[in-house]
Structures are given as C-alpha cells and as structure tokens.
Design a binder for this molecule. Structure first.
Ligand code: DX5
Ligand code: ZN
Length: 219
C-alpha cells in the first residue's frame, strides 16, 4: 500500500472549464488539489486569487494544498484558512520571521508548508524542520508551469529526507515543477511523499488516465 500522493496543479487546467477540470480531479485517483497563488512581485507572473479559489472550493472534494508565491504572506493566513486551505505553503525566501509565520498558519488550523527555490539549500531548515508539516522542493524556478525539471532536485530530496529522519520530524516532502512519468519513481525512491504535476496531467489526452498512471508508478 502506498501513501505517496499526487497533487494536480490547477494552474495547468483550462480556466474556461474550471468546474469540469475540478470534477475530473474529484473523480480520479488524485489526492490533493495544488493551487498556485502568484503576486507578480515574488514571481514574475500573476495567477489567480481569493475569488477564484472561493469559487473552486465550492466544487472540490479533496484537500486544498495552497502554494503561496507572494511576498509578506502573513497578511493572508486567515483569509486562506477561511477559504478552506488544508495545507498552506509559504516560501522560505519570502519570510523574514519564518518560525512566527509557521506558528500563525498552524494556529489558524492549517498544516504549515515551506517551499524552497532551486537555489535555496535544504540545510537552512535544520533549526526549524520539526515545526514544518511539509517542505515543497521547487524543481523549477517558481512562476510558470511547463518548465523542465532541474536534476539537482534528487540530491536535495535525499539530503532533506536524511535531515527529517535525523531530527525525528514528521515532515512530508513535496516536489513541484516538471514532474512526469520519467522522474516520478526516482523522486519517490529518493524520499518524496507528494508529487505536484500540472502540464503533464492537464495537457495530456486523458488526464484521469495520466493521474492513474502516475499513481501506479509511485505505488
Ligand atoms: C510553478 C508552480 C507549479 C506548476 C507546476 O511555479 O508552483 O505548481 O503549476 O507545473 P508543471 O507541472 O507544469 O511544471
Ligand atoms: Zn506550486
């Protein structure tokens, strides 16, 4: 039995047919909805915000895994709790007082995630790993879907997995960017627990079959 999860990234869905694509994920073998919020400041792109998530949440039947690519995320912690986020992930690079931010996310009833840009070392989490429910290792530079997977990710996953075990933490490792059927198994073997996939799922002929295929590969 596998506990590894697939989180389709809604960024790659057809926004003109959002309800259809959400229902597809509801009815397939996927585990979470991955929602990418971008502010045009932390990353050079703007995706979708609260009104769209509110509309989506009326239809989703699986946990919402919200990835904030925004500066000063503390301003919106309660807002995302009210929208129904189960996991709220902030970027290490966007938080001056990361410990305080994580406590605020948990106090609002959510699981607290930290995302690392490709250049950010996992060693920087040494003193805080026990407070983190999920680490999202970015395997592309955040801001856009459809980019190529950065190979150094495998080494980061292994180092992070060791750190988690050494500290006796309960942290999940999520991989975000360029995930496909070529790297999914090796990522899970290296220690990943959750794979985010956008383009590979939504741009495929049969997204539901693609999700099932990914789940099969990692189980
Ligand atoms: C990138 C986002 C990802 C993106 C992944 O900034 O965080 O979640 O949607 O898309 P793919 O799977 O197409 O690389
Ligand atoms: Zn993401």
């Amino acid at each position: 039995m596998s506990f590894k999860k697939i989180a389709p990234s809604v960024l790659a869905a057809d926004f003109a047919n959002l309800q259809r694509d959400i229902e597809m994920v509801n009815n397939c073998n996927a585990d979470w909805f991955h929602l990418d919020v971008m502010d045009g400041v932390f990353v050079p792109n703007i995706s979708f915000g609260m009104p769209v998530i509110k509309a989506m949440a009326k239809h989703t039947t699986k946990p919402l895994d919200v990835h904030l690519m925004i500066v000063d995320p503390d301003r919106y912690i309660q807002t995302f709790a009210d929208l129904g986020a189960e996991v709220l992930t902030v970027h290490y690079e966007a938080c001056t007082h990361l410990h305080r931010t994580l406590q605020a996310i948990k106090a609002a009833g959510m699981k607290a995630g930290v995302a690392l840009n490709p250049h950010t070392s996992v060693h920087l989490l040494e003193d805080i790993i026990q407070d983190i429910d999920l680490v999202c290792i970015m395997s592309v530079n955040p801001g856009f879907g459809g980019q190529s997977f950065i190979e150094n990710t495998y080494a980061k996953v292994k180092t992070l997995k060791n750190l988690i075990q050494q500290k006796g933490a309960n942290t999940l490792i999520e991989i975000d960017g360029g995930v496909n059927d070529k790297n999914a198994k090796a990522l899970c073997d290296a220690g990943a627990d959750v794979l985010v996939a956008g383009s590979f799922i939504f741009k495929s002929e049969e997204p539901c079959t693609t999700i099932a295929h990914l789940k099969e590969i990692i189980s």
